[in-house]
Design a binder for this molecule. Structure first.
Ligand code: GDP
Length: 444
């Protein structure tokens, strides 16, 4: 998997600080030192690393963290936010021109994945946005490139405009757009020639195409496996062509992550898509925040914390944490929590945000929906006070009685008891993870 080394290192670094109830300047310094080394080792541009570390330090030593109830988690939040910013902050969308067709020019070095990405992008536009693209073969130097695009067109059942190898690429692009207008194609994706290295002739040609067709997007395709070379290539192309976005290919490989983390900062151009495999449907819109989350291996626990912060008051959170810690959590608490949790959103979505929860068999198989919640409530309400406090006394005949009282089956009662036990186990795990931390727990 991409980012594996970086993810492992960052995760072990942040683990040390997550549960801390107090974070000293020294802690922050140590953490940032390790983060810095991890990033450099992942081949992130050294200037980018320097800027990032300065920002993290400033914020982590500042008020926002030191005065919070959960400084350990706040530090991680800062790291994640800065990584997200580094990769562009918001997800960057693809342009839609006022006039039709919208013109996208694909540029990049040979072997980066330009032709494949041209096909993937066309597929994406049709499938996700219901668009009708025309592919254009402008690489007149390599007959194989035209053939490759035509093969992709056949696979996709999509037209490819080509004029062979004799024509001038500017004329091809120009005529392709006229053709697209006639055929009511709303996107034109131009696959241009590549070279092994950035060279002047290539740039001149791309400039001429650009001047003629005035593309709405110029996407530079770069191979993420090439690390800092990809960043240098991006810098050159951007200087010459003022690209509008980057497509990072081969993120499914074991790339260290340097390109993904440096390109936006160095070129100030967003990463728009990521290639995740050779197949035509393996192109993903690039979400900086999700990528940061993935690199930090945190599921999406921060959204969960934020959700919890807006739904639960401080006192309740403390009481709950105490119960979790002392394992005195009962079905009564469960009932109360359910009310609060319901306000936070769909349960299975919340479960997905809890790191590790997906790995727990019992929870993974538990299908949560609103109807089931009603049944769960009914089951708990059919328990006696003693049973809610001490579920271990619920034997066979009690189970039958509870099922009858709640209009459910013994199997459903059994399932709930099992889930309750799993949940207690998970709470135990989570409290262990956060040992020593005072204040809000991560779950409620
Ligand atoms: P071009 O010379 O830039 O047009 O590159 P191609 O489109 O011919 O791609 C070069 C090689 O990279 C081909 O073997 C592609 O299948 C492969 N490739 C392209 N994108 C990806 C990707 O996202 N992941 C993987 N694993 N391979 C890719």
């Amino acid at each position: 998997m991409a980012f594996e080394g970086l993810a492992d290192r960052l995760q072990s670094t942040i683990k040390k600080i997550t549960g801390k109830g107090k974070v000293s300047e020294q802690d922050v310094k140590e953490m940032t030192r390790e983060v810095r080394l991890a990033l450099l080792e992942a081949d992130v541009n050294f200037k980018v690393v320097k800027q990032l570390i300065t920002k993290i330090k400033e914020r982590a030593i500042g008020q926002e963290v030191m005065e919070s109830l959960t400084p350990g988690q706040q530090v991680i939040k800062v790291v994640k936010e800065e990584l997200t910013q580094l990769m562009g902050g918001e997800q960057s969308k693809i342009a839609v021109a006022d006039r039709s067709p919208t013109v996208i020019m694909m540029v990049g070095l040979q072997g980066a994945g330009k032709t494949t990405t041209t096909g993937k992008l066309a597929n994406h536009l049709r499938k996700k946005h219901n668009r009708n693209p025309l592919l254009v073969a402008c690489d007149v130097y390599r007959p194989a490139a035209i053939k490759q695009l035509e093969t992709l067109g056949t696979q996709l059942d999509m037209p490819v405009f080509s004029m062979g190898t004799e024509a001038n690429p500017v004329d091809i692009a120009h005529q392709a757009i006229e053709h697209a207008k006639e055929e009511h194609r709303d996107y034109v994706i131009i696959d241009t020639a590549g070279r092994l290295h950035v060279d002047e002739n290539l740039m001149d040609e791309l400039q001429s195409i650009k001047n003629d067709v005035k593309p709405d997007e110029i996407f530079l395709v770069v191979d993420s496996m090439t690390g800092q070379d990809a960043v240098n290539v991006a810098e050159s192309f951007n200087e010459q062509l003022d690209i509008t976005g980057v497509v990072l290919t081969k993120l499914d490989g074991d790339t260290r992550g340097g390109a993904a983390l440096s390109i936006k900062s160095v070129t100030d151009k967003p990463i728009k898509f990521a290639g995740m495999g050779e197949k035509l449907d393996q192109l993903e819109a690039f979400h900086p925040e999700r990528m940061a989350s993935r690199i930090l291996g945190m599921g999406d626990v921060l959204s969960l914390i934020e959700k919890a912060q807006t739904n639960v008051d401080e006192k309740q959170a403390k009481e709950l944490e105490e119960k979790m810690r002392t394992m005195s959590f009962t079905f009564d608490d469960f009932l109360e929590q359910m009310g609060q949790v319901k306000q936070m959103g769909p349960l299975d979505e919340l479960m997905d945000m809890i790191p590790g929860a997906g790995k727990m068999k019992g929870l993974k198989n538990a299908q949560f929906d609103e109807k089931q919640l009603g049944q769960v409530e009914a089951i708990i309400q059919s328990m006696t006070k003693k049973e809610r406090q001490e579920p271990s006394i619920i034997n066979g005949s009690r189970r039958k009685r509870i099922a009858k009282g709640s209009g459910t089956s013994v199997a459903q009662v059994n399932r709930l008891l099992k889930q309750f036990n799993e949940m207690k186990k998970m709470m135990k795990q989570m409290t262990n993870m956060q040992k020593g931390k005072k204040g809000k727990g991560g779950f409620n």
